[in-house]
Design a protein around this ligand. Structure first.
Ligand SMILES: Cc1cc2nc3c(=O)[nH]c(=O)nc-3n(C[C@H](O)[C@H](O)[C@H](O)COP(=O)(O)O)c2cc1C
Length: 260
C-alpha cells in the first residue's frame, strides 16, 4: 500500500482515533474515581469551614482529622424524624433531588428558594465534643441570580444562633454575587440569629449595611451590586429553615432534649 493511498490515510486515521478513544476511556475510569474523591473531600472541607473547625489553610490531613468530630445522620424532612431508609454514606444530595423515587415537587407557592424539587430526605451533621453536640450543620441550597447555590449553615445548640455559613458550589459572578465566598462577608454571619424564640424564621439579608436597630441580630449586610444574589441567600435560608425544610426536625431535636 503506497503512503499516499486513500486506503492507508483512512486506516491510519482510524487507528489514531481508536488509540485516542482508548486513552480517553482509560483516563475517565482512572481519574473519575480520584475526581469523585476530591469532590467529596471538598464538600467536607466546606462543611468543616462552616463550623469553624478548620480554615482555608487546612490540609487534606486536617480535614480528615477534623471530620472525626462530625456525626452524620439522615432525616425524613416530612416527619422531621431520623431515618434509616437511606444510607447517609451513599446519599448524594444532588442525585437524590433528581431521583423520582426519592424526590418531591415543591408547590410553586412554597418554592421561595426557587429549586422546583427536593429530596424527601436530607443529611444533617452534628459536631461532637466529648459526647456533647456543639453545632448542628444543615445543607441548604437555592437559586441566586445565575445558579443554584449549595452551602452549609451551622447552628449553635440553641438552634437559632449561627456558628457559620459557607457555600460549596455556586455560579454567581466573581466580584458581584460571587462575593458570597468573600471571607469578610462570611465573618458577619456567626452570632446572627435565624429564628426568634418561637422558631419564626427572621433572618434578613438587607440592602446595604445593617444599621443600629432593635432587629440587627437578625440582619446581615447585603452584597454590594448583587442584590439579586443576596435575595437568593435570604430566600434559600427561609425555605430551608421553614416548615418545608428543617423546622420539624429542629423542633423535634429541641423538644426531645437531643442536644443536651
Ligand atoms: C455581567 C453581569 C453580571 C452580574 N452578576 C450578578 C450576580 O452574580 N449577582 C447579582 O445579584 N447581580 C449581578 N449583576 C447585577 C444585577 O443585574 C443587578 O443589577 C444587581 O443585582 C442589583 O444589585 P444592587 O441593587 O445592589 O446594585 C450582574 C450584572 C451584570 C451586567
Amino acid at each position: 500500500m503506497s503512503n499516499n493511498s486513500i486506503k492507508k490515510t483512512l486506516l491510519v486515521s482510524l487507528l489514531l482515533c481508536l488509540v485516542c478513544s482508548i486513552m480517553v476511556s482509560i483516563s475517565v475510569v482512572v481519574l473519575g474515581e480520584k475526581q469523585a474523591e476530591n469532590k467529596a473531600l471538598d464538600v467536607r472541607r466546606n462543611l468543616l469551614m462552616a463550623t469553624g473547625l478548620i480554615d482555608v489553610s487546612a490540609t487534606k490531613d486536617d480535614v480528615v482529622e477534623a471530620y472525626k468530630k462530625i456525626e452524620m445522620k439522615m432525616v425524613d424532612l416530612e416527619t422531621g424524624e431520623f431515618t434509616e431508609v437511606i444510607d447517609p454514606y451513599k446519599y448524594d444530595l444532588k442525585k437524590s433531588r433528581k431521583d423520582p423515587k426519592e424526590n418531591m415537587l415543591i408547590e410553586p407557592s412554597d418554592d421561595i428558594a426557587n429549586i422546583k424539587f427536593r429530596s424527601k430526605y436530607s443529611s444533617v451533621y452534628f459536631v461532637k465534643d466529648n459526647g456533647f453536640t456543639t453545632q448542628v450543620v444543615l445543607p441548604v441550597y437555592g437559586k441566586g441570580l445565575w445558579s443554584t447555590m449549595f452551602g452549609f449553615l451551622s447552628l449553635a445548640p440553641d438552634l437559632k444562633t449561627v456558628k457559620g455559613f459557607q457555600f460549596f458550589e455556586h455560579g454567581e459572578t466573581p466580584g458581584l454575587g460571587g462575593e458570597v465566598d468573600n471571607p469578610d462577608w462570611k465573618k458577619i454571619w456567626p452570632g446572627k440569629h435565624v429564628y426568634d424564640d418561637q422558631f419564626n424564621t427572621k433572618i434578613d439579608v438587607v440592602k446595604g449595611k445593617v444599621t443600629e436597630n432593635p432587629h440587627k441580630d437578625f440582619q446581615v449586610d447585603g452584597l454590594s451590586g448583587a442584590t439579586l444574589t443576596s435575595n437568593g441567600v435570604e430566600n434559600l435560608l427561609h425555605y430551608w429553615l421553614g416548615q418545608h425544610g428543617y423546622l420539624k426536625f429542629l423542633k423535634n431535636i429541641k423538644t426531645r432534649g437531643y442536644l443536651k
